[in-house]
Design a protein around this ligand. Structure first.
Ligand SMILES: [Zn+2]
Length: 304
C-alpha cells in the first residue's frame, strides 16, 4: 500500500487508474490494455533527452537541393532525432520520427522507407521503446509538437493523439491539404479531433516560465517552428527543425532550397533566427546534422 501511495504522490491522476487496475487484478480480472505501472517520472529540474529516431541516406542529387555539394557537406547522411523535454510541470515531445513504431517493430533488421526519390530512411529503434527505457509511456506525454509536418518529422503523431498537440493553424491546414506529397496523412489520422492548442503568436511559452518556448520560423512549410530551451547547466539551446539541414548551408550562407513552401519566408526566418541566436546567446542544434548528432548524449543520458 505504501508503494501505491508513493505512486499517487508522484503521479497524481495515475492513482485512479492504478487503483482500478489493482481492483481488477484482485478480482482475478486483468482488464485489456491496463496494467499496474510506475508513476510518471517528474524531474526537479528540466531535462532534455535525445532519442535515435533513425537516419536518412541522401543521394548526391538530394544533397544539391540544399544548394551545397556532397564535397562541401562531407557527411551526406542526416540524423533523425526525436526529443523529450521533461519539465517539472509536464512533458513535451518534439519531432516524431520518419517511420512509425508499428513498422519498426515489424522488422528485425531495421525498417526502411523511401521519403522521396533522393532520400531513404533507416530506423532501428522505436520511439516508444526509448521512452519506456526512461520510464515513460505515451500516456505520460502532456504535450507534443513537430517542427513541421514533413514525413521525416511526423511518423508517430497518431501515438500521441490523447496528449495535447501544440501547432499553428497554417501548418494544420497544410497537413490536411488534399494530395500534398510532402506529408503522409496515414501518420495523423487520429489528430483531426484530438486536443490541440492553436498557436497564434510568434513565441509560445509552453510551461509559462520561459524555459521552453516554441518560436515561429515559417518558410520550409507554412508554419514551420523551432524550439528554444533554457537548460540550467547546458544553457540556451535551439532545436532547428529544418531551418537548415546541413551545417554547410549555414556557414556558406547558401540560399534556402528552391522547393521550400516559401523561399522568401525561409530566407527571412533564417535571418531573424540568426539575429535572435546572437542576441540571446543561444546555441543552434541542427537536427539533421549527422556529425553533431553523433556527438550528442543519447537517452537514457540527458542534458539539464
Ligand atoms: Zn527534415
Amino acid at each position: 500500500m505504501r508503494t501505491m501511495l508513493n505512486q499517487r504522490d508522484a503521479g497524481g491522476p495515475r492513482w485512479v487508474m492504478t487503483l482500478a487496475a489493482l481492483a481488477a487484478i484482485a478480482g482475478g480480472i486483468q482488464p485489456a490494455g491496463q496494467v499496474t505501472r510506475a508513476a510518471t517520472p517528474v524531474p526537479k529540474t528540466m531535462r532534455l533527452y535525445v532519442f535515435d529516431c533513425g537516419l536518412l541516406n541522401v543521394t548526391a542529387e538530394g544533397v544539391e537541393r540544399y544548394h551545397v555539394t556532397p564535397a562541401e557537406v562531407g557527411e551526406t547522411r542526416m540524423s533523425v532525432p526525436c526529443f523529450l523535454v521533461a519539465h517539472p510541470r509536464g512533458t513535451l515531445l518534439w519531432d516524431l520520427g520518419v517511420i512509425p513504431d508499428s513498422a519498426v517493430e515489424a522488422q528485425t533488421q531495421g525498417a526502411r522507407a523511401n521519403v522521396n526519390p533522393t532520400v531513404a530512411a533507416v530506423v532501428t529503434r522505436t520511439l516508444k521503446g526509448q521512452l519506456a527505457q526512461i520510464g515513460y509511456t505515451p500516456a505520460d506525454i502532456r504535450y507534443y509538437a513537430i517542427s513541421h509536418a514533413h514525413i521525416d518529422h511526423s511518423a508517430n503523431l497518431n501515438q500521441f493523439a490523447a496528449s495535447t498537440w501544440l501547432t499553428r493553424p497554417a501548418e494544420r491546414e497544410f497537413m490536411w491539404t488534399e494530395n500534398n506529397p510532402r506529408v503522409n496523412p496515414s501518420f495523423f489520422t487520429l489528430l483531426k479531433d484530438s486536443p490541440v492548442v492553436l498557436i497564434d503568436k510568434d513565441e509560445y511559452d509552453v510551461f509559462g516560465d520561459g524555459q521552453v518556448v516554441i518560436k515561429g520560423a515559417p518558410g520550409h512549410t507554412p508554419a514551420h517552428q523551432v524550439l528554444i530551451l533554457r537548460l540550467s547547466s547546458t544553457g540556451r539551446v535551439m532545436l532547428s527543425g529544418d531551418l537548415y539541414h546541413y551545417p554547410a548551408e549555414r556557414s556558406l550562407h547558401r540560399a534556402p532550397p528552391d522547393n521550400e513552401f516559401n523561399v522568401q519566408a525561409s530566407a527571412a526566418s533564417r535571418a531573424a533566427i540568426e539575429e535572435y541566436l546572437q542576441k540571446t546567446k543561444t546555441e543552434l542544434w541542427i537536427e539533421h546534422d549527422f556529425l553533431a548528432n553523433a556527438r550528442l548524449k543519447k537517452s537514457p543520458a540527458y542534458y539539464e
